[in-house]
Design a protein. Structure first.
Length: 167
């Protein structure tokens, strides 16, 4: 029963999102997606300062892992900063590149966390920041892909208007 409920809710949400953000371009939609993308990246950055590991494994924060030279966390922080910098430019081509860096960041993050954390440990509230960051990155992937689609629709709409003016 829970599975059926999940899929019904999922289909409703997915169809609303697709209808709202995928099929038609509107400047305010692109602006909203841009702001949400900036916010998600900022929240993930803030989570760097909370514990990513359970207390029994040292309770290190993302920043402590970065400071100790952890390769995956370093790459993740650099990709996060690059994504944010590319988004701030508000240039369409750079925002599309930001989509690529954001999706890459979520892959690096999840892969890196599977290397840092052991297979089994007791989940505690004090070590949830990494899990929340991973979920935010995945939500950010969807947001960035919708933003990318909005920019493509903007380009196609502009091209269509240009063609109709020539006629």
């Amino acid at each position: 029963m829970e599975t059926t409920f999940f899929w019904i809710v999922w289909i409703i949400i997915a169809s609303w999102l697709l209808r709202t953000f995928y099929f038609s371009y509107k400047k305010n939609k692109a602006e909203q997606l841009w702001l949400v993308s900036l916010g998600i990246n900022f929240l993930v950055f803030l989570l760097f300062f909370l514990p990513w590991m359970p207390k029994e494994l040292g309770g290190k924060t993302g920043w402590e892992l970065f400071s100790s030279g952890n390769l995956f966390v370093t790459i993740m922080l650099l990709l996060l900063a690059l994504t944010e910098a590319l988004l701030i430019t508000k240039q369409d081509n750079l925002i599309k590149l930001a989509t690529l860096t954001h999706v890459s960041n979520s892959v690096v993050f999840i892969f890196g966390m599977t290397r840092i954390l052991p297979g089994t440990f007791t989940l505690q509230a004090s070590g949830l920041a990494a899990i929340i960051a991973a979920l935010l990155l995945l939500v950010g992937n969807v947001t960035m892909l919708f933003l990318h689609q909005q920019l493509e629709l903007k380009r196609k709409t502009a091209r269509r208007k240009k063609r109709s003016k020539r006629r």
